[in-house]
Design a protein. Structure first.
Ligand code: SAM
Length: 177
């Protein structure tokens, strides 16, 4: 079964020129590159069963990376940023789609559970049949509170994790499923 992760980006404007030498000056692109790396990569392997979306709130665009078809990607953040730079410029990349999209549609299609430190705290309720919504370093944008209020919220405990660490913990739990 596919593992679906949806990440919310609050600060990256994909229409702005991107420098792979300064990932933090372009919104927090570094956060997203780390999420991509941890979602797909093991030390000695690649998770083909991961489907990852990033929703960019600033320009209402969506990036989709399909682990079953993507090729030529490796775990280092700078290399991932290089791929994103090409994709944001409209260049094709096998296994990656980038399009103008609607968050509501994504949430209706996948019905994700929302990772939230204040949510329900039983990791045993986490299964591969679910999709997962994860905030970036700023969490979730308040303009979409209405949409988010319809989702089930689950917590991984009292420690606040980085977005990429949250994905690592989820992958670990799902590996036991
Ligand atoms: C660095 S945290 C965001 C912190 C931000 N200041 C906030 O108030 O949400 C990044 C994301 O990781 C997830 N996360 C972090 N710790 C978590 C926890 N203990 N349980 C569930 N999700 C968590 C949430 O999706 C969160 O939006």
């Amino acid at each position: 079964m596919t593992r679906n992760f949806i990440i919310i980006s609050n600060t990256v404007d994909t229409s702005k020129p991107l420098s792979i030498n300064s990932l933090t000056s372009y919104g927090r692109l570094d956060v997203l590159c780390r999420c991509i790396s941890t979602a797909f990569f093991l030390s000695n392997g690649f998770r083909k069963d991961v489907l990852l979306y990033i929703y960019f709130t600033l320009d209402k665009s969506i990036l989709q990376i399909d682990g079953s078809t993507v090729r030529g990607i490796n775990p280092d953040e700078r290399a991932i940023a290089g791929i994103l730079k090409r994709v944001f410029q409209g260049l094709p990349f096998l296994g990656i789609r980038f399009y103008t999209g609607n968050l509501e549609e994504l949430l209706v299609n996948y019905k994700p559970v929302m990772l939230d430190i204040h949510g329900e705290g039983n990791p045993r309720n986490i299964t591969t049949s679910q999709s997962f919504l994860i905030g970036d370093h700023l969490g979730y944008p308040i303009e979409h509170t209405n949409l988010f209020s319809k989702l089930k919220k689950i917590s991984l405990g009292a420690n606040e994790y980085l977005s990429s660490q949250t994905i690592t913990v989820l992958n670990y739990i799902l590996d036991q499923d």
